[in-house]
Write a protein that binds this ligand. Sequence first.
Ligand SMILES: [Zn+2]
Length: 397
Amino acid sequence: MRRANLSAIVRELHARGPLSRSDLVTRTGLTRSAIRGLIGELVLGGLVTEERAARLGTPGRPSPLVRVSPDGAVVLAIEIEVESLAVAIAGLGGRILESERVDRPREHVAFEDTISDIAALVATVRARRPADDPLVGVGVAVVGVVRRSDGFVSMAPNLGWRDVPLGDRLARALDLRVPISVANEADLGALAELRRGAARGHDDVIFLSGEVGVGGGLIVDGKPLKGAAGYAGEVGHMTVDPGGAPCRCGSVGCWETQVGGGMLLELAGQSRDSGRPGIEAVLRDAADGSAAALSALDHVGRWLGVGLASLVNMLDPRLVVLGGLFGRIHQYVIGPLTNELDLRALPASRALVEVVPASLGADASLLGASELAFEPLLADPAAWLASRGAVRELVSA
Ligand SMILES: [Zn+2]
């Protein structure tokens, strides 16, 4: 009982920000005196603080405002993309306290290189924080097909990885003695947009993330669609063109061969492998009115609409959130995308769906990784409080 009640309170404060005790009574259904006792425990454990609220002209005593302590528990969030690596330390409440993102050359994506690059980046970022930082977990977002139970990556076509034990290998390399959870980067982008971004308040959402490849995070009935082993949502490998170009996954004519970064770069007259600098050049050219850049963006927009029409028919979402590269080119692709959607999606489903850019920008997946890493603490703050109690006793002995 106490375990579940503590969890309900910390989840509310983590997701919504500061709340008064009265808000917590309303939101959790707990009694005022139960809330007072549990808040007292959380304050002692350093997870929340309480302050006097201003009197708002209502009769009676003002209800104190309760908020999470961002430093009370922190997580490490890691993002592995083809062209960049990022590491952040996020505090309870979802604020990023420290972060670092590095670009890397395409030829430097081998599994062991990636592990040592991440270990170095983690050391850099952790060095900026106090040595006794209360780290509770690690969350990892990777552009690959991930088994949720142990962070095993069965395939990451654009990294050239196949069957690698990412979760286990990172646990050994980082040696942090806290749980490590690994998930697909688009799934985590979707989770972050759902909790803190453009999809907040929506139950049926398609999150599309573009980089070199295309990832999808699907929210159905308010819950992430995982599939039997956690592999669901690999929309980038949906066949849209049976006679099309070969895909890195081994199939032919996958959606990402038409809308991925490589196609955009090639059509806009850049090298397929020019990465972020190439994309920046395309965006500059488009802003200057370059016909090649605009026509390349139009191509991506049309094919985005073609694939999305099938997904909209299948899932009947209210919202499509365009993240990563697709978020950045939203203004250029929304026209042709809308035309294809109007043409191909069933009118009943089409009428209800809106296509918007992601609101968390480049950090969406990193924020999603931190949400994943906080999950064990949010599910059972009592266990954390007990372990802190043990630490205090050791220190005072
Ligand atoms: Zn494919």
